[in-house]
Design a binder for this molecule. Structure first.
Ligand code: ATP
Length: 378
């Protein structure tokens, strides 16, 4: 099966960088070769295997966190831009030529007798030395416009130049981004969010005209860098003080982008993400109106912030009242309920709800005051 490591692992190893995801390609004497190898490895390593039968690929997840993707070598043809390709199983060279960039199309043998032997039909080693991102044929971006995002991502990550013809083709096919499905577009952004150079990548895409293509009413805000820094700080705060809740950093990066509804629809956001974005915008307006100040009573802070999910609240930190709500107020349970009031002689109805809230509000204010006194004493 001529197994070779390929793609990111080889690229990063040659650059002297760590790489933790391993891609292995095996030649296709049988369409299922990759799957067969993956199953065997999973069994040997006592790991789990996830299969994509149509593509002849599988991922083996080992117990210690390592991940190996096994690919059956293939050739790809694209019926129309942005669509998934038609796959024919094939040999190593075809598999390297179907890839995105020369630097991602280098393979190294892992058979014991040829271990480390490089196959580099597209000139990837040379481009790695020169620091160039280069596509492999003129239709590359038309076949798969997500490569536009990948080009800018790798160029920024490694501080590489984008080769001249690649830039020209990228510019001329930029419009094809619209043909990519929402979930694939979303996925490309999520990959960008994971990069340490994410802001620069988004700004470079913006300079190329990304917003105009997706939605002319959208503009990447100039203060994106500050927002990104604040998000990282706030997530650090949350990991210390809100330990029982698992935040997804991507939600916060989407919030920072201020996407108009049209783009949100285009990117097929889940209803829950859309909801968080709506809440973030509402809360931003509330805060601008100056509704929360040092003088706001804790019960009013509670009433104002209770309708929001945790993500938009954490997004808007540092803000003392939000912090007080997140760490203290939202955990306070009313020490009286409707039944207690009925026992006191009140009748069920809207008045009862009003009194219930007033009592709880009093409790919130008392507990917050006691807490403040205790903190001052400390
Ligand atoms: P990293 O994960 O560090 O960004 P990687 O190279 O491992 O880099 P993956 O997205 O995991 O990136 O892809 C693995 C390999 O699959 C790539 O190196 C490339 O050869 C190929 N590949 C991925 N996406 C595409 C694409 N859209 N078109 C062509 N080839 C691709």
């Amino acid at each position: 099966m001529q197994p070779h490591v390929v793609g990111g692992f080889v690229r990063d190893t040659l650059l002297g960088r760590d790489s933790f995801d391993i891609d292995v390609v095996v030649t296709a004497t049988d369409n299922q070769n990759g799957i067969t190898v993956a199953r065997q490895l999973a069994q040997n390593w006592n790991g789990k295997v996830k299969m994509h039968l149509n593509f002849g690929t599988a991922t083996v997840e080992c117990r210690d966190g390592w991940k190996v993707d096994i690919v059956t070598a293939r050739r790809e043809t694209y019926a129309k831009p942005g669509a998934l390709p038609k796959v024919e199983f094939s040999n190593l060279l075809d598999d390297l030529w179907r890839r995105d960039f020369s630097v991602n199309a280098i393979a190294a043998s892992i058979t014991p007798d040829q271990f480390g032997q490089i196959t580099d039909p597209t000139g990837g080693m040379d481009d790695l030395k020169k620091g160039l991102i280069r596509i492999l044929h003129a239709e590359s971006f038309t076949d798969d416009p997500t490569r536009i995002f990948r080009t800018v991502r790798y160029a920024s990550r490694y501080n590489f130049q984008i080769e001249n013809q690649t830039v020209a083709l990228l510019r001329s096919t930029l419009d094809q981004i619209k043909s990519v499905s929402g979930s694939r577009l979303q996925n490309e952004f999520n990959h960008i969010f994971e990069e340490s150079m994410a802001v620069q990548i988004i700004q470079r895409l913006s300079a190329l005209g990304l917003e105009t293509i997706l939605c002319p009413e959208w503009q990447v805000v100039p203060q994106l860098g500050e927002r990104w820094q604040r998000i990282r700080k706030n997530l650090g705060w949350a990991s210390q003080y809100l330990t029982s809740y698992q935040f997804n950093p991507q939600d916060f990066f989407w919030m920072a982008l201020d996407l108009p509804n049209q783009v949100q629809k285009m990117l097929s956001f889940s209803p829950s993400l859309q909801q968080k974005l709506v809440e973030q915008t509402k809360l931003a307006h509330r805060l601008l109106e100056g509704t929360l100040t040092r003088r706001t009573k804790p019960s009013n802070v509670y009433k104002l912030l209770k309708p929001y999910s945790l993500e938009p609240l954490v997004y808007h930190l540092p803000q003392p009242q939000i912090e007080q709500y997140l760490t203290k107020l939202r955990h306070i349970q009313p020490n009286i309920n409707g039944k207690d009031l009925i026992d006191e002689g009140w009748c069920a109805g809207p008045k009862l709800a009003q009194i219930l809230w007033e009592r709880f509000a009093q409790q919130l204010d008392d507990e917050a005051r006691a807490d403040k006194v205790e903190n001052q004493a400390c």
